[in-house]
Ligand binder design. Structure first.
Ligand SMILES: *[C@@H]1O[C@H](CO)[C@@H](O)[C@H](O)[C@H]1NC(C)=O
Length: 195
């Protein structure tokens, strides 16, 4: 009787582990982020990820993601899981943080989970896509602030001149589904010593 019970439980375990096509949970939506801000340099620009920051119109030298198809791509690919925003990657989990503290002023970036830490006041949970495919964090929209090389860095809206940056533009972050999504590892700020 006891042996039967063991055999039965072994059989049940084997059956539940057996692949039924793909036994993975339903795949998360993979998407790019497009800026909507008419009559501005960022209108329709795809969000890129480089050196730990998200932004638009990065110079070619900053488009340095390592993707599984071996191609470079300007548009970063994201997924959301349980209100947390990730770059769509392969081995290294790269996650987006927002720092709404007085120090952070809405700064936004990504870090290598398990290897690096987000800023002390960095928040991870609160991302949502609404019925019109607009992405927000905790109900707040995003803004882009001009930096060097004609690049624009993405911040959370709320502080009009975060870290003293002038000329920031609020924009709608429109989520665009990527049917051709490839996994990439994006550079982080300290990646300069990598081979
Ligand atoms: C999404 O963004 C568009 C364009 O900015 C805006 O008109 C619309 O009201 C937004 N949708 C929601 C649900 O906030």
């Amino acid at each position: 009787m006891q042996l039967n019970a063991i055999l039965l439980s072994l059989f049940a375990a084997a059956a539940s582990a057996a692949p039924t096509g793909s036994s993975c949970p339903a795949p998360e939506r993979k998407f790019g982020i497009m800026a909507l801000r008419s009559a501005s340099p960022i209108h329709f620009a795809p969000a890129s990820a480089s050196q730990g920051k998200l932004g638009f119109n990065f110079p070619a030298s900053k488009i340095d993601a390592q993707c599984t198809d071996g191609k470079t791509r300007t548009d970063a690919i994201f997924t959301i899981k349980d209100g947390e925003l990730y770059l769509y990657g392969k081995d290294q989990v790269q996650q987006i943080y927002v720092d709404r503290s007085g120090m952070g002023q809405g700064v936004l970036g990504y870090f290598n989970k398990g290897v690096e830490n987000p800023p002390r006041n960095g928040e991870l949970k609160g991302w949502a896509v609404d019925s019109e495919d607009n992405l927000t964090f905790s109900g707040t929209t995003l803004q882009a602030c001009p930096g060097a090389d004609n690049a624009w860095h993405i911040w959370l809206s709320g502080v009009s001149k975060p870290a003293g940056a002038e000329g920031c533009l609020g924009f709608t972050a429109r989520v665009v589904t990527k049917s051709d999504a490839v996994q990439c590892t994006y550079s982080t700020f300290n990646a300069g010593t990598a081979a």
